[in-house]
Design a protein around this ligand. Structure first.
Ligand code: ATP
Length: 513
């Protein structure tokens, strides 16, 4: 655990030091669980968004985009169920006065059992050496099976209690498991209460005529209320999808995990409208497709797993998370939900407007079913950053800090470095910048020894450093250094664009899907 905590702290301080993420309103001591993206962070985030958008919208002729407003008519949230049911169970510790999400306390307890399982696996792998069969060990070892059974039992009981609104049983479970306040160790808990996560605001100038609104807690509803507009104007035929990226707001009870759980965050969502009865097939399709998207970034297949939900939300007939191994363990990165016809039917009922589709293929009229894929852009930033940050031991007994970002996502693709600040080298370097900046985000750096500049770019995640030296004046070549391997090669200036494009081009990455 200590190592994991250390890694997480390093990610947070690196993100600040290298201009990725700052605490919001820092000069006023910050605003809890709200963050700003700095010069590098904004580029990383934009690149992830674009990588998603290209895969989801540009590559599908039956998926179109949308950018709905954050403010929506308040009835939207009545219809969607958020006014009545967008709650988290909260519990306070009477001694430490700290507030927690009751379900998260229980899930964290289970995560500790998971760590015990991982330890057993590691021990056995060591003992058996090459003969070790991990799958078989997990499936047969009595201790591992015991741990797994315990986790399942706890999660099922929690899910049932939450589903039945039996909050007293959630508290009982916390007491029975002897879960203590992580900060103080106290087991003196209040009852569990429900807390609505929506942020309220007002529309209109005068107090009496103002209309109560909510900041949207998810982007999905903007898609549902526009379903018919898009279908008709885009002449879309089922199955088809509407994709959207944008801000969502949740007044989270506990938000202590940097950009993992924020109060203002960005989602990237697809709502895919299908014929009733075909939802199961599309649900499986999107589970698979979304995992492939993640894997195409090369961040390690072992770092992902599916978690099929025991407790289904009121609108879903199947749901799974794609979990990623964050520095604090496997946690939800993306949700894939088979939302049935719940949302369209609810909006139809509350608005009195028909939200149906006429299927010309078999002359039927129906309310489409929906399969949703919903990923938090900020969580993706965190996944990418925490996976990329490594400290490498070098042969000369020094270490280097490298941000091994997938090159397609790197904020800056190449740094152009004149070896010295004189003899016409800066001019050549500037010319290279002027040529390449039409295609890539490029930086110029002439300060400090070139070795130090390399390290700076390594820590920034820049995949290429391009050094202009005295020979460049004669042979029109430069030295290109690769971030991950530190290999250097001599290449013609005129070939730079092709060399960089090969590594950072969205197409070559998405083709791996
Ligand atoms: P959690 O269980 O972690 O609260 P959720 O199941 O409520 O998440 P969804 O409503 O399914 O999340 O939202 C879809 C995605 O939006 C999540 O997979 C996550 O990546 C992201 N997300 C949700 N809440 C937050 C938040 N407070 N901060 C950052 N990202 C979030």
């Amino acid at each position: 655990m200590a190592n994991q905590d250390d890694q997480f702290k390093k990610v947070i301080s690196h993100a600040k030091e290298y201009g990725y993420i700052f605490q919001s309103s820092e000069i006023y001591d910050g605003l809890s669980a709200v963050y700003d993206y700095a010069q590098n962070g904004v580029e990383l985030k934009k690149n992830i968004r674009e990588y998603w958008w290209k895969a989801m919208v540009q590559m599908h002729d039956n998926i179109v985009g949308l950018d709905a407003a954050i403010l929506m008519h308040p009835t939207t949230w009545k219809a969607s169920g958020h006014v009545d049911a967008f709650n988290d169970p909260l519990i306070d510790n009477k001694d430490s006065k700290k507030r927690y999400r009751a379900d998260v306390l229980i899930e964290d307890y289970c995560a500790k059992i998971e760590i015990k399982i991982e330890k057993e696996i590691k021990k056995a792998a060591k003992r058996f050496g090459d003969a070790f069969n991990k799958e078989e060990f997990i499936a047969t070892n009595p201790r591992v099976l015991g741990y797994k059974e315990k986790i399942e039992r706890i999660l099922l009981r929690m899910a049932t209690a939450l589903q039945n609104e039996a909050l007293e049983d959630v508290k009982l479970l916390i007491e029975e498991l002897e879960i203590a306040c992580p900060l103080t160790g106290s087991k003196n808990w209040t009852d569990v209460k429900q807390f609505n996560l929506m942020f309220g605001t007002k529309l209109g100038a005068s107090a009496d005529s103002a209309m109560n609104l909510y900041l949207r807690p998810e982007t999905a509803q903007g898609i549902f209320v526009n379903f018919l507009n898009v279908q008709k104007t885009g002449r879309m035929k089922i199955p088809f999808g509407i994709a959207q990226t944008g801000k969502a707001f949740r007044n989270e009870i506990v938000a202590r995990q940097f950009i993992f759980r924020m109060r203002e965050f960005e989602q990237m969502e697809l709502q895919f409208f299908v014929k009733p009865g075909s939802q199961k097939q599309w649900y499986e399709h999107w589970k698979k497709t979304r995992l492939q998207w993640h894997l195409s970034l090369g961040m390690g297949a072992d770092n992902y797993r599916f978690h099929d939900h025991e407790k289904l939300a009121h609108y879903a007939d199947a749901a799974a998370d794609i979990e990623f191994k964050f520095p604090f363990g496997f946690k939800e990165l993306e949700g894939i939900h088979s939302r049935t016809d719940f949302d369209l039917k609810a909006h139809q009922e509350h608005s009195g407007k028909k939200l149906q589709y006429f299927d010309h293929d078999d002359n039927t009229n129906y309310t489409p079913y929906v399969v949703e894929t919903s990923i938090g852009l900020d969580r993706m930033v965190l996944a990418v950053l925490s996976n990329a940050l490594v400290e490498e031991q070098l042969e000369n007994n020094t270490t280097r800090t490298v941000l091994k970002l997938p090159a397609v996502l790197s904020p800056i693709k190449a740094a152009i470095l004149p070896l010295v600040k004189k003899d016409g080298l800066p001019e050549v370097a500037r010319n290279i910048v002027d040529e390449l900046k039409w295609d890539f985000n490029i930086t110029y750096d002439e300060k400090d020894a070139v070795g130090r500049r390399y390290r700076r770019q390594d820590a920034n995640g820049t995949p290429f450093c391009i050094t202009v030296d005295h020979d460049s004046l004669k042979d029109h070549s430069v030295t290109i250094r690769h971030r991950d391997t530190m290999k250097q090669e001599r290449v013609a200036i005129k070939n730079l664009k092709t060399i960089i494009a090969q590594e950072v081009d969205v197409k070559s990455w998405l083709m791996k899907m």
